[in-house]
Design a binder for this molecule. Sequence first.
Ligand code: GCU
Length: 397
Amino acid sequence: QRFVANYDEAKVPEFNLPNPLVLPEGGMVASAREWEEKGRPATLKLIEREMYGRMPVGKPAGFKVVLDREALDVLGGKATRREYLVSFAQDKGPRVRMLLYLPKEAKGPVPAFLGLNFRGNQCLEKDSWITPELGFIVGARKGEDRRAKAEAMRGSAAGRWPVEMILEQGFALATACCGNIDPDFHDGWKNGVHPLFTEGEPGPDEWGTISAWAWGLSRLLDALEGVKEVNAQQVAVIGHSRLGKTSLWAGATDQRFKLVISNNSGCGGAALSKRAFGETVGRINRSFPHWFNGNFKKYNEREEALPFDQHQLIALMAPRAVYVASATGDRWADPVGEFLSVLHAQPVYDLYRKGALGVAEPPAPGETVGMVTGYHLREGKHDVTPEDWKHYLSFFQ
Ligand code: GCU
């Protein structure tokens, strides 16, 4: 049966959003302390069990970080560029190559952005110094010449990663290819980090690929904690699309992230599932069966049965900063549903007396709303652009 996306507000089903302050087992959270003691753990467990899946806890015993390469004068002498190799079970299993840019002028440890990329670090800049990604990349085709492909893609994501603009404002930038952590295809979890920590097929409550990527982001933050030029207490985690779903889940599960940014993350990210506008739970689970866990499949075409919605994922960031961005031409990701998640996370932020969005309707394109929770709608298609980064950089000041 062919999937036909609904893009008509009049056809959005009626739904009740769970109150984020009501505990799954009953009772209400009335203070920040109760949220931390009961509300947050219960909400996190519920979303973990029913959607993204349980991941291993903390830094594994075999965790290892090695500085592999360094270029001292890049971007016209304004930055240092390094590549680190991060592994999780000594030298067994996947090895992640983390590219790190540090501003040269810094007087002390600097805040940083950390985000995964789709097709390799060499996509950030044309410069041939960056090691090309020869492992699995998103969109890879069987039998293609990986080296030729990697070389052809040098600098292709420069618009998504305006390195100079980020560095000029005093931030460091760290990135790695998501496929180094877990390749983006379904093979019964035999590839990537899953077999290092889970024997056999993960259970229906255990981690899928988005959880594996989020877990990987936490490990990259562990690696940044060991870099003296970076202030690891001031790290923003950022991601676009499937990697925006991932940055939200990483921010929810790891409270060390100071700011959590979702760029056009859509269904399974910032968008409310119960609106079933654009991409739906059933559609995403059928197209990408490996992203979420087995339990999440119960809600295919049954969004009304979901005991939570994505505003509760946003609420898990409280009292930290969280920023959601949509694009006008990205109806598949449901811009209105992305805005509403941030809006309806507010009761939890209110417990901390933390600033509200200040509006009840989505703002006009180009405008930023909010201080601790933030949102903007960009004119244009599904993408991350320097314009989005302008909002992120000023929000993170
Ligand atoms: C598909 C998918 C989205 C996802 C996007 C991406 O469009 O349906 O859920 O966000 O890919 O990651 O680019």
